[in-house]
Design a binder for this molecule. Structure first.
Ligand SMILES: [Zn+2]
Length: 92
């Protein structure tokens, strides 16, 4: 079944959840709306990568998940965590 998927989005969302639940960002809000807000903020700063088949998705994952690329994405996510965290008022 063909399906429209942004591989960048899948990678970024996974990394956002991973980073937010790691020890370094314990003080930031972990609520679902912050998770999504951080993901959206980071995604708006980077190119999307759309595919329509599972084969293309696997290939895109391989191509995008290089250590250098992940490092660059993580850097943007950290900026986004700080940018969104400043505005969050979910954790009273
Ligand atoms: Zn929140």
């Amino acid at each position: 079944m063909p399906n429209l998927v942004n591989v960048t989005e899948e990678i970024v969302y996974g990394l956002v959840r991973f980073l937010l639940h790691g020890p370094e960002y314990q003080t930031f809000c972990h609520c679902e709306s912050c998770e999504l807000e951080i993901t959206a903020h980071a995604l708006n700063k980077m190119p999307s990568y759309y595919v329509t088949t599972n084969t293309a998705r696997d290939e895109a994952f391989k191509r995008l998940k290089t250590p250098e690329n992940i490092q660059q994405i993580n850097r943007q996510i950290i900026l986004s965590i700080y940018a969104v965290g400043k505005e969050c008022n979910h954790n009273s």
